[in-house]
Design a protein around this ligand. Sequence first.
Ligand code: WQD
Length: 343
Amino acid sequence: MSKKILVTGGTGYIGSHTVVELQQAGYEVVIIDNLSNSNEEVLDGIVNITGKRPIFFNIDCTDMNALTPLFSEHAFVGIIHFAASKAVGESVQKPLLYYRNNLVSLINLLELMPRHNVKGIVFSSSCTVYGEPDSNPIDENAPIKPAASPYGNSKQINEEIIKDFIHSGADVKSIILRYFNPIGAHPSAEIGELPLGVPQNLVPYITQTGLGIREQLSVFGDDYDTPDGSCIRDFINVVDLAKAHVIAIERMLNDKSNDKVEIFNLGTGIGVSVLELINLFEKVSGTSLNYKIVDRREGDIEKIWAQPDKANNVLGWKAEKSIEETMDSAWKWQLRLREKGVM
Ligand code: WQD
């Protein structure tokens, strides 16, 4: 009987790629998602890759009445919690939505875990919890500064909620994964980043502009204290990121650590600027991108990239795919969406 994992937000971008890796590692997966930023067709893409259709329920994690029967029906050995609102810019405009969604979802899951003997939760956190780093690369011991956005603040509070709950004596373990900037798509081009509506994140906006779906990319500022003036990020391949979640689940379920809460940065350790990424896109796609420099976006960090040593040495995970291969996968995914008439 394969071990059953609950993946919240599993039809989303990182969630769907993680479901594929979990299934290929032999786990049975149950997805819950409220489809606020994804659609059910993602399940077809997963089946096309793995041949196994995950069990799916359209459930909002803030709805305790909907969540509770699920835990009675399924004996989960672990949870990977992705479901959250995650756009920095949007969170500045809609803070209450972000706090309600991102905090209540986690609290509900933590409350249910001990009642149903669910031992571990892998939590999807973010490098945004660091705020603006004093220096880069940044490691897990860096001081947590005031977040630059309600999104980042909600992730900081989430991490504290997990630590306090476990410190209170709950028989639960957690591995907190702080993602840097996930980009790219599965090499099969069966799944990838597919935000509903106008993309908030850089790479889908680039690839949609590359296909003429968007008129022009706005680059939010080129007056930062960086070599080319644009922001610097640590862009990490989404499949590399997904593989880290399987390793984290295995580590927790096999009790590989005495620590009940562990935190890992998941990044490549390489900083790449917005303008550098645009140039890279033009190289892999063979097209010239229509973009213009506009004002800075409120809530943006100037520069941040990971010190990935802890994940490399303790978790035994390392980002392997190059940024060229990753941008190529993003472009191939966009072309596939056009071919399928999705956009
Ligand atoms: C990247 C850079 C923008 C759009 C993301 C996720 C967050 C977290 C961290 C996982 C910034 C610039 C963007 C555009 C632009 N990931 N940009 N024009 O804000 O770093 O955060 O990664 O948890 O959930 O949101 O990513 O892609 O929005 O921005 O110039 O149209 O690209 O200013 O410098 P961000 P992003």
